[in-house]
Design a protein. Structure first.
Length: 66
């Protein structure tokens, strides 16, 4: 995998993680978490997808072709 593409995936993953964190801290998510014990589905999906993108990006940067 090209290192530039890997860096782009890593940056995209960090951005998605940021939005997931913001969503988790939102009022709607806090209210939902107070009643159900879990954050909203949107927050969880953002966090999961962001984490996957970060792992793939880091793997491509460090293990990709030179």
């Amino acid at each position: 995998m090209n290192k530039i593409v890997s860096l782009a995936i890593l940056v995209a993953g960090l951005i998605v993680l940021y939005f997931g964190w913001q969503e988790k801290q939102s009022v709607a998510s806090e209210v939902t978490e107070a009643f159900t014990g879990q954050p909203t589905d949107n927050a969880m999906w953002f966090l999961i997808i962001g984490a996957i993108l970060v792992v793939v990006g880091i793997g491509g940067v460090f293990l990709g072709k030179k």
